[in-house]
Write a protein that binds this ligand. Structure first.
Ligand code: GDP
Ligand code: MG
Length: 818
């Protein structure tokens, strides 16, 4: 609640003052400090100023100012305080000095992480908040603000991970996002994360943050690399020079994080000795211009007090659109802009350089000066090993083959190494199901558990090891920095598709899951490139499709699994490329935004980071099993189980037809009871609710010689691709419940003598699954991110039609060879 919302006669307690340093200072000097009671005396709508009673004085504040003060209603505050008192008593009883010290204060600190891309913000965020956000050694991994929190020494620290930016110019979507975040949220303390290996560029943004004049701490991250390089940075001196405490950290291991948090608290409590406001001095011509604008801004009482006037003045001089937007509604707007243009022209006249360039040059000059005094030794940016590896993996000739070989190796491991733990889980599932079938009394409950739940969930859960292995490699490639190289060598190919290297990052993320990948297309500035990337993303085979590949490849190509995987992923990529080309030609005009692909130095991924990413993946997978997959399996089971039939209800014609089709050896081998049971089961399934639905759509898959069960599985897979496998697990019930699903798929049915899948139809099914309808979550994300349902419809219709055509083609080609 803000002070402005207080009605006459009501009393509140101040919890926080928003806005920039000078504004806060002035308001505090008037007596508006945290924890103090204010009563509203007079607050007529549309009337400025508002009158308040504060410590027996009467003060009036303008609406704009009162809207920058956060309060808590008195009643709520008292409850809050009693809690704090209780905590204090407990803390003193335990002799916990820190907690006793802290409980008296307003205990929530809102912290934001700011810094260049790839400087370790997300790693730091994960360590502090215990979250598992996606970390990768390339720019553009985080596109959204992610928040988490931590209770530390009696404080609740709310921490927000923001996208990486090189500056606060509000030109790229990330920059705009960050600036607006700072404007609207006013974090209590900003943590500016900088990388030791590239101090100059990292400190550029620091100078802009200094202009903002807000409480700040610098995390000097990747301090391990600085130490290794042999150079030393007198960071204490540098911090004193900048007026901002600097704390060395290693976010990947957690070193220095406690120091950092302690400093955040000190800065928040305004008790850190290094904290002071400095001006990053620029040349006298520019400073004169800044002064003119600052005077204008100060004279205009309606300028929103979110940012310091110095920051706003500099941003206005730079022609920053976001700064102009902020003051657009003030009455003096036109005058200020006029002054700005005049001053800018004057500066240009005097120094023969446009203002923007001059400001940047001045700031870099300041940084160089500061570093000259504090940095001893050379920071060798690129290590020798990085250079050597890059010479090979980004080589024109070898780069691409090496990438393909790496992919092949990954698929080989996923398939071959994954098959051992997969067998163990399969055995376990088989054992459980045998146990249940032995000891549970017959009836619908037994059928539900055995065929519905174990058949469905058990059929999918066995693929957990494969998924984890794939994720291990993806996370290794991302964290080491190799993925950035892949994007680099792909750049040329991407250009041919009318896209550029930046689009490759979401595409790679798409191999994990399409939904976050669609979100991460936000890093692409050009809207047409972004749309094309979103539309081709579903062709990047996500990990949810992996179980289907492992299942069918394991059943039909046990010795060539890796080749099948490789072929499928490659087919997906080729279809994506051709689709992109087509879209560029017929739908979107060409446009190119120049873009620098950064090549960060290689880093050995820490085991912590990799385990963290795999663990979060495993958790997600198991949660999906216990949620969506379980529910889907039960629904599918119920639809295929009801209505119930008895043997007497089977029409004579059905019985005769079935028996006529039955292979003679089976007919001779089986007892009449067994045959009756088989016929009943088959009739039951075919005439269940699901069977009737399946019969309607069966013609669609008939050209691939697939049965209605596979068609139903594909439809069920719209919810999530894993459901394809769980549905198959429910529908393809074998003689022995404990048989692995892959066995059941190639075992001929005793009634027809035909197996559910042939090699050719398995290939067709794989191709179809790769390309068809993206799952509901992906479709929703497509519509949400493009803001237009037409793109969702396109994705649905185009992908499914293409999947069908290519699957039929694949089926016929495969049949030629078999
Ligand atoms: P962000 O883009 O700022 O969010 O950076 P990330 O947290 O995604 O990290 C970028 C890369 O740097 C990842 O590969 C991390 O594992 C790695 N990394 C982060 N902090 C450190 C550090 O202190 N030392 C080293 N050696 N690597 C780090
Ligand atoms: Mg990040």
């Amino acid at each position: 609640m803000r002070l402005v919302d207080l009605l006459p006669g009501e009393t509140g307690v101040i919890t926080k003052i928003l806005g920039h340093g000078a504004f806060r200072k002035r308001v505090m000097e008037m007596g508006f400090v945290r924890g103090r009671e204010v009563t509203c005396m007079l607050n007529a709508p549309l009337q400025d100023p508002i009158k308040y009673a504060l410590m027996d004085y009467e003060v009036s504040l303008r609406r704009l100012e009162a809207s920058m003060i956060e309060i808590m209603p008195l009643q709520e505050w008292h409850e809050h305080e009693t809690d704090a008192d209780k905590a204090e008593k407990k803390a003193t009883a335990q002799h916990d000095e820190d907690a006793a010290h802290a409980v008296r204060h307003d205990k929530i600190i809102n912290v934001a992480l700011l810094g260049n891309p790839n400087c370790g913000k997300t790693s730091l965020f994960n360590i502090v908040s215990g979250a598992n956000e996606h970390v990768g050694n390339y720019a553009g991994v985080t596109v959204d603000a992610k928040s988490g929190h931590l209770n530390y020494k009696g404080y609740r620290i709310n921490i927000v991970d923001l996208p990486g930016t090189y500056s606060l110019s509000a030109y790229s979507p990330e920059e705009q996002y960050v600036v607006r975040y700072l404007r609207d949220e006013t974090p209590d303390v900003m943590i500016n994360v900088i990388v030791a290996s590239n101090l100059e560029r990292n400190l550029y943004m620091t100078t802009e943050l200094i202009d903002m004049n807000r409480p700040m701490v610098i995390a000097l991250n990747m301090y391990d690399e600085l130490e290794k390089s042999g150079a030393t940075l007198k960071y204490k001196e540098l911090g004193a020079m900048l007026g901002v405490p600097i704390i060395p950290t290693v976010a990947s291991t957690g070193r220095g994080v406690h120091d950092l948090l302690d400093t955040v608290i000190e800065v928040y409590e305004m008790s850190h000795p290094d904290t002071r406001h400095i001006h990053v001095k620029m040349s006298s011509e520019i400073e004169a211009g800044v002064d003119v604008l600052r005077a204008d801004l100060k004279a205009e009482p309606n300028v929103p007090p979110h940012f310091a006037t110095r920051y706003l003045a500099i941003k206005l001089l730079e022609g920053d659109p976001e700064a102009e937007l902020l003051i657009r509604n003030t009455p003096d707007y036109n005058q200020i802009i006029k002054d700005r243009d005049r001053v800018a022209a004057e500066i240009k006249e005097k120094i023969n350089e446009d203002v923007q360039t001059a400001i940047a040059a001045n700031k870099y000059g300041f940084i160089q000066g500061a570093l000259a005094e504090t940095l001893v030794g050379d920071l060798v940016h690129e290590e020798k090993t990085t250079k050597i590896i890059d010479a090979v993996v980004t080589n024109k000739l070898f780069g691409f083959p090496i990438f393909l070989a790496a992919m092949f190796f990954i698929f080989w491991c996923t398939f071959e190494l994954g098959s051992y733990p997969m067998e163990w889980i399969e055995d376990l599932v088989g054992w459980i199901s045998r146990l249940l079938s032995q000891y549970m009394p017959d009836g619908p409950l037994k059928d539900l558990i055995l065929d519905g739940i174990i058949g469905g969930v058990g059929g999918v859960i066995v693929f957990l090891p494969n998924i984890l292995i794939l994720y291990f490699f993806i996370s290794f490639m991302e964290d080491s920095g190799y993925m950035a190289r892949v994007a680099f060598i792909m750049d040329k190919l991407m250009h041919k598709m009318g896209l550029h290297g930046k689009s490759f990052i979401p595409l790679v993320t798409g191999f994990g899951c399409n939904v976050p990948a669609i979100m991460s297309t936000r890093i692409i500035e050009s809207s047409s490139s972004r749309l094309i990337t979103i539309l081709i993303l579903p062709f990047m085979s996500c990990s949810a499709r992996l179980p289907i590949y492992v299942l069918l490849a394991g059943a039909f190509f046990p010795h060539h699994g890796a080749i099948v995987f490789f072929g499928l992923y490659l087919l997906g990529i080729i279809v994506a490329i051709l689709t992109a080309k087509m879209l560029r030609k017929f739908w979107f005009k060409a446009d190119e935004t120049p873009f620098v692909m950064e090549l960060p130095p290689y880093r050995v991924p820490t085991y912590k980071a990799v385990v963290r990413s795999m663990w979060s993946k495993a958790k997600q997978y198991l949660q999906k099993m216990g949620g969506l997959i379980l529910v889907a399996s039960i629904i599918i089971w119920a639809l295929s189980y009801f209505p119930r039939y008895s043997f007497q209800q089977i029409p004579q014609s059905y019985l005769e037809n079935t028996l006529a089709e039955m292979p003679s050896d089976e007919l001779n081998e089986k007892s009449p009871e067994e045959i009756n049971e088989l016929v009943l089961h088959s009739y039951q399934q075919e005439h269940s609710i699901l069977g009737s639905i399946g019969k309607v759509c069966e013609p669609v898959v008939r050209p691939m010689e697939l049965g209605w069960q596979s068609c139903v599985s594909l439809i069920a897979g719209m919810a999530a691709k894993e459901v394809v496998v769980s549905t198959m697990g429910v529908l393809y019930v074998g003689d022995d419940d404990a048989d692995a699903l892959s066995e059941r798929l190639k075992t001929p049915s005793p009634l027809t003598g035909k197996a559910p899948f042939t090699t050719a139809s398995a290939i067709a099914f794989l191709v179809f699954v790769l390309l068809y309808f993206p799952c509901v979550a992906t479709l929703t994300a497509t519509i949400r991110e493009t803001g237009n349902w037409k793109y969702g419809v396109f994705s649905l219709v185009y992908n499914t039609a293409l999947a069908w055509i290519l699957a039929v083609v694949a089926f016929n080609i495969a049949n030629l060879f078999s």
